[in-house]
Design a protein around this ligand. Structure first.
Ligand code: PMP
Length: 393
């Protein structure tokens, strides 16, 4: 065994000892409100398939037809991988998002790391909410820009940092924030952030992975919902969640998007999205725009679920959306809670550090529009009884 083998073994032992070991467990059948895992039927409170569209016949048919154009894109975008259908998608997307231009990426992760590292340079400064997604943090690290992490949704702290950075005579300033926070389910106060960005001459980038398709008119997203579309310079979002497909986009001013196309390494040096995915995304945007009923069902289900857990005494943080955390404290307790729920037919993965701050382990429930009353009732009962058993409530 090499010294490196030994070191990996030690590192894994540490992960295990700290209760942080994770496993990828295969699921079978469609990942809908109910799924099958290890032969067991579970109510699924862990997916990002918020509107239940991942198995929608319209999307599947569109992807089948898309596949007829070829199994793969054959090259990166700037070589020969930019299909006519992708260009059409980007036009539709710009008009949907209310921006001059837009560009699609293979995933939200690559969009964030690529855009942030191409926009920001050493000497620039970036203000990032402390609970922003890992891909934002990684993009900032890659850029070499100076990082200020402000306390979660704390605009006094952000303003203080903007003033502080002003003194250094620093060049470009970017504020970046998730819209709907992925582990907390609360919404960033975008209108106030836009005011601050204007006061200090900064730019603003939002990550609308969890707001797109869910919030705003026709699911246009959080900026539309809060009436600040114009105030946001960079709209980033994914097609992997409410849209039920895969891939991501960045939308904004024409010149800035053109700059991204010319400099963004995670876009330039990767094979473009395959035709089947592009077709799926186009069909999904059209469907999402029409399905106000699904958005209403999602809100209704989320409110019932959140209110009942709160009434039972759980701490659901600042959640006002379909992402609903239940704070349990320690990593081990989160795992135990999740295991006990699984025995009762409810799937919710415990979220532990380093995904969330130390001492803030939680169960994170994500609701779906397509859940039935019986699913909700069974899940809520199991969560309350398990919470009582473990002394969480
Ligand atoms: N941003 C946020 C806020 C996310 O929650 C995620 C997905 N977990 C991503 C970006 C990455 O998106 P994708 O899964 O498409 O890579």
């Amino acid at each position: 065994m090499s010294a490196w083998d030994q070191e990996i073994r030690q590192r894994m032992a540490m992960i295990r000892d700290q209760g942080r070991l994770r496993k990828s467990i295969p699921t079978s059948e469609a990942v809908q409100a109910v799924l099958i895992r290890d032969g067991k039927r579970l109510i699924n409170l862990s997916s990002n398939n918020y509107l239940g569209l991942a198995n929608h016949p319209t999307l599947i048919k569109a992807q089948q037809e898309g596949a007829c154009l070829g199994a793969g894109a054959t090259a990166s975008r700037l070589i020969v991988g930019h299909a006519k259908e992708t260009a059409e998608l980007e036009e539709e997307l710009s008009s949907y998002k209310g921006t001059e231009s837009s560009i699609v990426f293979t995933s939200g992760y690559t969009a964030n790391i690529g855009v942030l590292s191409s926009l920001l340079r050493r000497g620039d400064v970036v203000f990032s909410d402390r609970l922003n997604h890992a891909s934002i943090i990684d993009g900032i690290r890659l850029s070499g820009a100076r990082l200020y992490r402000y306390r979660h949704n704390d605009l006094d702290h952000l303003e203080w940092q903007l003033k502080e950075a002003d003194r250094g005579g620093i060049r470009n300033r970017l504020i970046v924030t998730d819209t709907v926070f992925s582990m907390d389910g609360d919404i960033a106060p975008l209108a106030d952030i836009v005011q601050l960005k204007e006061k200090f001459g900064a730019a603003l980038m939002i990550d609308d992975a969890h707001g797109g398709g869910v919030l705003g008119f026709e699911g246009k997203g959080t900026a539309d919902y809060l009436g600040v579309t114009e105030g946001v310079d960079f709209h980033m979002g994914t097609f992997s969640k409410a849209y039920g497909v895969s891939g991501a986009y960045v939308a904004g001013k024409k010149e800035w998007i053109e700059y991204v196309e010319n400099t963004c390494r995670s876009l330039i040096y990767t094979t473009a999205l395959p035709p089947t995915v592009i077709a799926g995304i186009r069909a999904s945007i059209r469907l999402v725009r029409q399905r106000e009923d699904l958005r209403n069902d999602l809100v209704k289900n989320s409110n019932v679920f959140r209110n009942q857990l709160r009434q039972a005494g759980f701490d659901t943080g600042g959640s006002t959306t379909q992402i609903i955390p239940v704070m349990v404290g320690g990593a081990e307790q989160a795992v135990q809670f999740s295991d006990l729920l699984c025995e009762r037919g409810v799937l919710s993965v415990g979220i532990r550090p380093p995904t969330v701050p130390e001492g803030e382990a939680r169960l994170r429930f994500t609701l779906m529009a397509t859940m039935e009353e019986s699913h909700l009732h069974q899940a809520i009962t199991a969560i309350i009884e398990t919470g009582q058993q473990l002394g969480v409530i």
